[in-house]
Design a protein. Structure first.
Length: 185
């Protein structure tokens, strides 16, 4: 029988109220706290304890404090990724962020999708869906990216947008829900 962590990692429904998952979240919370409370001269661009937690943190990654993630182990940041203040990544599934991508303040990435059945939701059942963000993407402040979304290279997500479906390479999307806008030549 699979553990709740194994089910989460396999993209199956799992119960988020689980001792093993809680221990992983506590480990991430401790690393996040360390990053958020260190003096910038001690931390550098990212606290070593947080960098060690991530699945990958490429060269030149910079995370402004405060920052929050659920697990950290599912975060894969390529080189020169920049996350401005207040970013939240609930990484129940892999979150891959391409090289040169930048987030404005208070960008949120969500991977957990809770059950639509009220009884299952009350029991803590959810499913984890990965989020993939390409190279050189700009995500404006306050934007929210929902579970299972892929954003192509060189895309722009307008400030305050809620991304509910995939975004094509080179597209600019704005609004709630985010929709493509015409590019000016």
């Amino acid at each position: 029988m699979a553990t709740e962590r194994e089910k989460m990692q396999a993209g199956q429904m799992y119960c988020c109220v689980d001792d093993e998952l809680d221990a992983l979240r506590q480990r991430a919370y401790a690393a996040v706290h360390c990053h958020n409370t260190m003096h910038p001269s001690e931390r550098g661009d990212i606290a070593p304890v947080l960098k060690a937690l991530f699945g990958k943190a490429g060269e030149g990654v910079r995370l402004e404090a405060p920052f929050h993630c659920a697990y950290g182990i599912n975060l894969f940041l390529e080189r020169r990724v920049y996350l401005n203040v207040g970013c939240v990544i609930l990484d129940t599934a892999p979150v891959r962020i391409g090289a040169g991508t930048m987030f404005g303040p208070n960008v949120h990435i969500y991977c957990a999708e809770h059950s639509k059945d009220a009884a299952e939701r009350a029991a803590g059942l959810e499913i984890a869906k990965p989020v993939t963000i390409g190279d050189n993407v700009w995500i404006g402040g306050g934007a929210i990216v929902l579970p299972g979304i892929t954003i192509g290279d060189n895309a722009i997500i307008g400030a305050g947008s809620v991304v509910t479906r995939d975004v094509a390479t080179g597209s600019t999307v704005v609004g709630n829900p985010a929709r493509a806008i015409e590019q000016q030549a």
